[in-house]
Design a protein around this ligand. Structure first.
Ligand code: IMP
Length: 455
């Protein structure tokens, strides 16, 4: 590791800036443009062949990224998808909330599949926050208490862990490094949640001593993985390497910019990268938006282009294939609908997206007509951009206006080039480019790594 201090820092800053300006190397951010589940994992996996570092910057094990390589399927919730490539270094940034028990399970299952996971290949920022079993119980109690207004969270304790972070009483991964201090903090945290569960939610309290002991004992195993990542990132950029920042969930679930309050508790947009990794804005070369060829959502909240009935069933699939529209993390059936071009424009605008990857185009094969929403009708007027933001109460007033594009009959799942695609499939992609104003650079036509068309 080279030194990046004092007098050398001006040089690497200049170098980093130049690299970013050229748009070749540097930091490439990969985000979902919808409500998550766009297929970011397979795009990150594909782009990882040229990257030295793949970093997660937000969320926790509410995410579920699937990577299929040959006959092996890797299911990742916390570890960046790029780890499947032996040359990459995986980073978990300070913007994340990490359930150490889930992370240890994930490490073990990846090791069983032959992936080398060691402190040499995986580094956890000391600023990341920890999720405990108490956070998960609180998440369940809170969402159930919302009744008909429930968010439908993944029950992974994400919200309560971020609440503790903002309230400045959170447990951070750096706490693990002093076992005694950690044990005391964990016990105080369990006691606190136990009281809240009993007094506020009328639920049984916790077996604090046993739970805290078990949690601390297991979590200490992560100590060798904890190390500052900010210097590493800067050095990597200065060397002209490529770094991928792997977003979890999607822009429409962003705490600030999503369909509030039906959102997750982190910054799922490109903006989350800067605080979630500790890196400067000038480092970003590309912002790659991943968008499904249609729209899906898990959990409650507005969804203007939502479908029901036989078309919904057709797009969702029966659940017999792993790529059908059922949650990777929770197994819940996803809500499905037509592509929402107005929300895509919004995602492009607020993130500065530079290119798009369209996934699951093959699912639309065989449809006679395909609808795309290009405008909202609101109080008698047509809008190409959400006129009053995405807050759920405002979204309720947005009525989608569709244009109908002709479908195609051919099975496209074994096609490898743009020219092979049926004309109407090409026209569909071109229409997405016109609506978003952004070029589509990759199109996925099946779950395997090689079922991807590069334009
Ligand atoms: P939470 O992140 O568990 O608090 O859940 C908040 C909302 O985000 C719920 O509607 C979840 O279904 C949704 N959500 C969280 N993570 C994901 C994801 O990875 N994919 C899709 N939806 C998600």
């Amino acid at each position: 590791m080279s030194q990046v201090a004092g007098k050398t820092s001006a040089i690497w800053l200049a170098k980093t800036f130049q690299i970013s300006k050229e748009g070749k190397m540097g930091l490439n951010v990969i985000i979902g443009t919808q409500w998550g589940d766009e297929g970011k994992g397979r795009i990150v996996d594909m782009l990882s062949s040229d990257a030295s570092i793949v970093a997660r910057y937000n969320g926790g094990d509410n995410a579920g990224h699937t990577v299929n390589v040959g006959n092996q399927t890797f299911k990742l919730h916390l570890i960046p998808s790029g780890i499947v490539h032996p040359h990459t270094l995986g980073l978990l940034g300070s913007g994340m909330v990490i359930n150490p028990l889930a992370l240890l399970d994930e490490i073990a299952s990846l090791q069983q599949l032959g992936v080398d996971i060691s402190p040499r290949r995986l580094i956890i920022s000391p600023g990341a926050h920890l999720i405990t079993p108490a956070h998960r119980l609180l998440d369940k109690a809170q969402d159930e208490s919302r009744g008909k207004d429930a968010i439908g969270t993944t029950m992974r304790g994400i919200g309560p862990a971020y609440v503790d972070k903002a309230a400045r009483r959170g447990l951070r991964t750096s706490d693990i490094l002093d076992a005694d201090v950690f044990a005391a903090k964990v016990t105080a945290h369990f006691e606190d949640v136990s009281r809240t569960l009993r007094l506020l939610y009328n639920r049984p309290g916790l077996e604090v001593k046993d739970m805290a002991e078990e949690y601390v004992t297991k979590t200490l195993a992560l100590a060798p993985y904890i190390h500052d990542i900010t210097l590493l990132l800067r050095e990597s950029l200065a060397k002209g390497e490529t770094i991928l920042a792997e977003g979890a969930q999607g822009v429409l679930l962003d705490l600030d910019h999503g369909t509030y309050p039906f959102v997750t508790s982190s910054s799922t947009s490109a903006h989350g990268v800067f605080s979630g990794l500790g890196i400067g804005v000038q480092s970003v070369s590309k912002v790659i938006g991943v968008t499904k060829a249609f729209q899906t959502r898990v959990g409650s909240g507005p969804f203007p282009t939502e479908l029901s009935g036989s078309m919904a069933e057709r797009l969702r699939g029966s659940g017999s294939n792993p790529w059908d529209e059922f949650g990777t993390t929770t197994g819940r059936p996803r809500r499905v609908g037509w592509l929402d071009g107005v929300l895509l424009r919004y995602a492009v605008a607020i993130n500065g997206i530079t290119e798009l990857c369209v996934t699951k185009l093959d699912i639309l094969s065989g449809l006679k007509d395909i609808n795309v929403c290009n405008f909202y009708y609101v109080k008698g007027e047509k809008h190409s951009y959400p006129p009053d933001g995405l807050e759920a109460s405002k979204m309720a007033l947005y009525e989608p206006l569709y244009e109908v594009l002709p479908g195609w009959e051919e099975d496209i799942s074994r096609m490898h080039t743009w020219d092979e695609l049926p004309l109407n499939a090409q026209k569909y992609i071109q229409r997405i480019e016109e609506i978003s104003g952004i070029p589509v650079t990759y199109i996925s036509v099946g779950p395997e790594r090689e079922q991807t068309i590069k334009r």
